[in-house]
Design a protein around this ligand. Sequence first.
Ligand code: TGC
Ligand code: FAD
Length: 381
Amino acid sequence: MNCHAELDPLEASSLLSAAERSLRDAAARATDERLLPLAAGAFEKGEMPDAVVSALAQMGAFGASIHLGPMAYGLMMQEIERADSGFRSCASVQTSLVMWPIHALGSPEQKAKWLPRLRSGEALGCFALTEPLSGSDPASLQTRAVPEGALWRLTGHKRWATNGNKAEVAVVWAKAGGDDARSIRGFLVERGQFQARPIPGKMSLRASDSAELMLDGAVGEPLPGATGLGAALKCLNEARYGIAWGAVGAATACFAAARDYVKERKQFGKPLGSFQLVQEKLARMYTDIGLAQLACVQLARLKERNALTPVQVSFAKRAHVAMALEAARSARDLLGANGITLAYPPIRHLLNLETVKTYEGTHDVHTLVLGKHITGLDAFA
Ligand code: TGC
Ligand code: FAD
């Protein structure tokens, strides 16, 4: 079931142009035909299949926000995450955290060298901000960049870089000169300059490539516009926007699985779907998804006018991921024992969404961003 065909309670689709609907329908078909069949197997195996990367590239997902605009990017992320949050993560990182900084903050040479290869999927990229001792507080990162003639040499340890084991290029954030957030700069570091190793034992986002990166005098090339922590946070705004859309896709997949199941499954001589408590759960999911779909369209329209604020992005990332987690939990519950198996999508989405709640700013970090906006008082200061 694609997001819009059967589940669009408030007719969010009617707010899209014919071209936007057609792009979304194409993304939905590609998801149904090429991504969904791979999702449970990739999760079980704990690997991102190469076929997913080719499918994402051929859908036009890599760089969609740059080439096609915010609405197209959001609609694609929503469809892709209907299959798996790990697949959407691959596209988010490639587009918002690698292509976007090169496009917006890179030199003409860097753009010419990397953007075509990243768009076609010939090369994957990763984004390395987080470190073992620096997560929610990226200003505390310890990776250092030191000039050496015309080169910069980077030394440090990065953790949780999505796409990192296969990446041809890493966008690495390091301190150059001082120890404060203003000394942070973004660098392109090519494969061969860093060592990557997979993070074992993940019980969430298993179909995503998560890496530790070791940099030991790695040669890096500065992105000229990537100065200060604010530059890294600008990249995160791009990715968080896509996550706000993607989470709605995961919620939709969970709703559809639960609705179909309770119409068939009988207990006490009747379909589960006839019981009031079951209907209440479905009604809640249906309402929450309908509201989030409308919010996504509004986010895109604001972004098209360059009017979307970081606070609005925090609002939507926080609210939509929490909504999707709640929907996944309810759907898992409605499927009873069958709901804990990979034969049905809710448990996979539920486990994945635990990561989505944590990365790109945890739920509580975004709570505090909203708290600062509302009160004028900075909890992080
Ligand atoms: P603070 O002093 O508030 O800000 C430092 C500078 O940055 C500016 N700024 C922003 N600029 C653009 N967009 C935003 N959202 C911004 N937030 C802040 C700010 O104006 C300031 O600029 P300037 O010129 O005055 O220096 O920074 P802080 O140290 O107090 O921290 C604030 C906080 C906690 C909200 C921020 O650091 C934060 O967002 N922490 C969460 C870290 C995070 O999200 N990490 C994500 C790593 S990447 C990832 O997870 C990829 S997942 C893979 C996938 O997407 O699939
Ligand atoms: P911590 O910051 O240690 O937080 C732990 C807990 O403390 C959380 O509940 C948090 O909300 C809470 N907390 C922290 N500070 C406060 C506070 N001030 N007030 C109240 N509560 C607080 N990073 C990258 O750079 N690139 C990637 O591609 C990437 N991909 C990822 C993929 C996966 C699968 C995962 C799991 C993570 C990924 N990350 C990536 C890292 C991610 O961004 C961090 O995990 C996230 O920013 C949180 O940092 P942390 O895990 O160190 O948690």
